[in-house]
Design a protein. Structure first.
Length: 317
């Protein structure tokens, strides 16, 4: 079902992009090919056939308190054509800023314009702004590539963390540490997960995952959560739907109390995150309480038969 939802969203976004780009084309949103008359100001005794810094004034411009008419630019002459390149500056026409923000160029902070009708003696010319096409389609394509790159980076970054924590989980399980941890947390987790057998490894993985979340370890909690879900799935008689224990664990994992701010928040706010310490604890405690109450309510409304929640035999048994 989720695949159909994603496919529908992709198709909808493509249809929206095509419709929006067609609308820009028929309404001439970016005025492609339109010429703007300017007056060029070359340095004294400068040759116009070499590259140099110049100024230009937009013809017909009436300056006021917010708008200037003369701007700095770089003159690029050649035998075939002449270009005027200038950085986006305060006071430029709104349409020029609109074109610069949507142009198909690596650097959207400048405009590379084509000079036409250059009168060397009068220093008069006209410039044509870069043509803009398929704005929405380019944005969607770029977003798709960016997210694909992010997904690969995230997956590779998680390999080391998952290998470390799953290895530690296996060592703890073989050494009996998980079973000891389960006995410690069983009075609390046993109440929240009544259908999970006592001393089951799932309770140990759940407790470790919640602890990692509380300490703000971020991705370090991911493999522990995956391990906990794998253990709970072993007790699931219907592999195509989640049990009440799975729903409760997902709720607690999502709304976990944050005793230590997440690493990403610390990276963004630095030491300023200390001002949010008590607010984070109160907000996450309320969210956890509401989540547990809601999950418990639905667990009572849709009870499960404990007799059906038995762990599948392993191949060695």
């Amino acid at each position: 079902m989720l695949n159909y939802i994603w496919a529908g969203l992709i198709i909808f976004s493509l249809v929206f992009a095509v419709a929006s780009d067609l609308g820009d084309y028929f309404t001439d949103e970016f005025r492609n090919g339109e010429e703007y008359d300017i007056t060029l100001h070359f340095p004294e005794n400068a040759e116009t056939d070499r590259r140099q810094d110049v100024e230009f004034t937009i013809s017909g411009c009436e300056p006021d308190d917010q708008t200037r008419c003369t701007f700095q630019a770089r003159w690029f002459p050649s035998d075939e054509e002449k270009e005027l390149v200038f950085a986006i500056q305060d006071g430029m026409p709104e349409h020029w800023l609109h074109v610069a923000a949507n142009q198909d160029a690596r650097d959207t902070d400048q405009l590379r314009t084509l000079v036409v009708g250059f009168d060397r003696d009068a220093a008069q010319a006209a410039i044509v702004l870069p043509e803009v096409h398929l704005v929405k389609m380019r944005s969607i394509t770029q977003a798709a590539f960016d997210m694909a790159e992010f997904a690969v980076t995230l997956a590779i970054g998680l390999i080391g963390i998952m290998a470390l924590w799953l290895g530690l989980m296996k060592i703890a399980e073989d050494s009996g540490l998980i079973h000891k941890l389960v006995k410690v947390v069983n009075p609390v987790l046993g109440f929240l997960f009544p259908n999970v057998p006592k001393d089951h490894p799932a309770l140990g993985a759940i407790s470790l995952n919640l602890s990692a979340n509380m300490l703000g370890l971020g991705n370090a909690a991911t493999p522990l959560g995956i391990k906990a879900m794998e253990e709970l799935q072993k007790l699931n008689p219907n592999k195509d739907s989640a049990t009440n224990a799975m729903c409760m664990f997902l709720t607690m994992n999502t709304a976990s109390v944050q005793l230590v701010p997440p690493v990403t928040l610390i990276a963004l706010l630095g030491v300023g995150v200390a001002e949010l310490f008590y607010s984070i604890i109160i907000a996450t405690a309320i969210s956890l309480t509401v989540g547990i109450i809601a999950a418990s309510y639905y667990a009572r409304k849709f009870p499960e038969d404990p007799a059906l929640l038995t762990e599948e035999p392993t191949p060695d048994s």
